[in-house]
Write a new protein. Sequence first.
Length: 455
Amino acid sequence: MADEKESSGLFDSILFSKVFKTFRMAIQPSKMMIAFLAVAAICVAGWLMDFNKTVITTPNTQGQETELHIYLTTPDLLQSYIENAKENGDLRGVFSTLWHFGAMKFHGALYSLLRLNIQGVAENVIGCFKALIWAFKYHYIYSIIFAVITLVVISVAGGAICRIAALQFARDEKPGLTEALRFSTKKFTSFFTAPLALVGIIIFIGFFIFLLGLAGNIPWAGKPIMVIFLLLALIASGLITIVLIGTFAGFNLMFPAVAYDNSDCFDAISRSFSYVFAKPWRMGFYTVIAAIYGAICYMFVRFFAFVLLWVTNSSLRLGILGDNSKLTEIWQDDPTFTQLVVQPNWPALTGLESFAAFLVYLLLLAIVVLVIAFIVSFYFSANTIIYSLMRKAVDNTALEDVYVTSEQGGPRDSLRRTEPTTTEPEKDQSESGTEPEAQSQSEPKEQPDSSSSTD
């Protein structure tokens, strides 16, 4: 028994092992419910905005080819492709295009990560960033509106999930759904403005470089002005580079900073940047561990969803007599691991069949949204743990140190701290009839272990 406790204590002292608590934290019902509602709200917003179809698609040998694929493969031919396909091509919404492309790149990066193919992961991630650049460049009005809606939803939902994860990891408490949402709405300004502040800083610094470029157009004096102020332009570009690196590496820590320490916008940015630049290798190590572990957990959750749908479909087919025509009318294709849900062939269905197929399709989509909700919950839970570990490594702040409201940290917290030190000793002294001084002389106090946690 002593050996088991010693090995357990040694395992707990290794900080990165605490990342493996993420799966148990991510599947908590309150986090899954918040993530499910957030993903559903974003999907509904994208579906409504996709009534304005602006993306041109054309059929090819491998299915449908969109202007996004042309932009990624041969960007110089994009304009001619759009002009030639306006008459014969079909139209699709921006959200639908990004959704399918993002799902393809996400699974590509996932499989590359499981094979430890870093180049494949980088290519898929870069492809996602290029897709976002395409959306903001050619569909900027749609993209700005949708980005604002997404940021609002993520600020509320992500903040609530980080708050639950912070209290659960630090104090082993599980606040309710309404309590977490109340905190995220109260700190909505900090959650919402933290990413926007970084964009504003980059634009503000870049504006001065832009002005220097405009000054270069001045006849006769343009070139000397550019040469004189070129050093300032290089310094400004260096600041932008630092902000970009800090944003890319430390963005994941901003929401946990607000949830853990009740930080404001700029304090969250300062903390995330300081932790990244103070111990970059440690931050990278924690991130890689969380990513690999998250990929394995996602595969398990997706496999669970596949088995759930396959068992349901197969059981229904066994129960329906005949050629299963009634089931195939409303649930046409069997689920597979790579494609859990297939959209029905709506033109081939009648009125009642369309309604039944629509209801089945919604239920199947709910399963898919739950899988995506797990990804969202895991992402925020893992980053909350990483934030606590980085704060421990840089600031030497205890993992249990978390901001609590007056309702959370009042009488209940003080009671939990005083019970082990006052109630039990007084009870033992009254029963034994010995004085506290005599007891302290006969039984010397144990010295606390001064060993610190190590990686």
